[in-house]
Design a protein around this ligand. Structure first.
Ligand code: ADP
Length: 269
């Protein structure tokens, strides 16, 4: 094996597995080339994070991921002065590190973050590509490989929690959903290490549950839950027991709803 072969193999080994839903990898790669920030919309557990991990590896960029929550402020992203014995030192936050290194910065569930965070995102997400650091007076230009990627789950949003149009319109949007059955089957078989028949049953269950109306469930079964059920099966748990724990009881706390879901499961498995 010559040197380039071994490099190729190494890249393959380090690229997390991702089954494409339809054209999103090419779109993302072009957005990266064109230095356009990307917004990924989609329900929980449908592959958004895995996609970004996969693309970062393919594009050869480091990935810095921040899970946003309602207490996350601009300083959590940008950085802060820390007290030391000798006084104070500046410590870069994850966004600043990504800007300096030319990494891909992935802000997961960005609408959860406090409103002051959008102030730092705006100049980074347009042609300026700069990060102003108010505390130090610095203005950092993003290194060439820097890319801003944010995700959110439209299903969760209420009127108070949505992105302002001035923020949204700085991003190109990729719309994700649960994969088509044949793609989901490959994912479950690969990720859980189950045989095709088991993967088929799990995906069949997901299809049936996803047909239920939204009134029955706040959020329906994700690919992530199917993979978890599959892993239980692969480790020796019976399929119905695995589905009860990883799918039905994971989706609802309501006894009546759980019984209805169990009926659907019994018919499909
Ligand atoms: P999200 O970020 O949308 O909440 P994740 O990317 O964390 O979801 O996906 C959850 C899990 O589902 C992953 O860890 C992976 O096992 C599996 N998965 C979902 N979609 C895909 C896909 N298209 N290719 C490979 N694995 C996937």
């Amino acid at each position: 094996m010559d040197h380039s072969d071994s490099r190729h193999l190494q890249a393959q080994q380090q690229t997390p597995y991702y089954a494409e839903q339809g054209g999103e990898a090419a779109l993302f790669a072009h957005a990266f080339e064109q230095k356009l920030p990307v917004l990924i919309k989609g329900p929980t557990g449908c592959g958004k994070t895995r996609f970004v991990e996969h693309m970062a590896a393919r594009l050869g960029r480091p990935l810095i991921t921040v899970s946003c929550h309602d207490d996350l402020s601009a300083s959590d992203l940008v950085g802060r002065h820390l007290l030391t014995d000798g006084g104070t030192v500046w410590s870069d936050g994850p966004l600043t590190r990504a800007v300096r290194q030319g990494a891909i910065c992935y802000l997961d569930e960005v609408v959860e973050a406090r409103k002051d965070t959008t102030v730092v995102l705006h100049p980074l997400a347009d042609d300026r590509r700069v990060l102003p650091i108010e505390r130090t007076g610095e203005q950092i230009s993003a290194a060439p490989g820097f890319m801003l990627v944010v995700s959110f789950n439209p299903g969760y949003q209420n009127v108070l929690k949505s992105l302002k149009p001035s923020t949204r319109q700085r991003f190109i949007a990729l719309n994700f959903n649960y994969p088509a059955p044949e793609v989901e089957l490959r994912i479950v078989a690969h990720e859980a290490g189950v045989d095709t028949l088991t993967a088929q049953k799990l995906v069949g269950l997901a299809q049936a549950l996803r047909r239920l109306t939204e009134q029955d469930l706040e959020e329906t079964v994700s690919t992530r839950l199917l993979v978890m059920a599959g892993r239980l099966v692969a480790s020796g748990i019976a399929l119905p027991t695995a589905c009860q724990a990883a799918v039905i009881d994971a989706l609802t706390d309501d006894a009546e709803t759980a019984a209805a879901l169990a009926e659907v499961a019994a018919a499909v498995l």
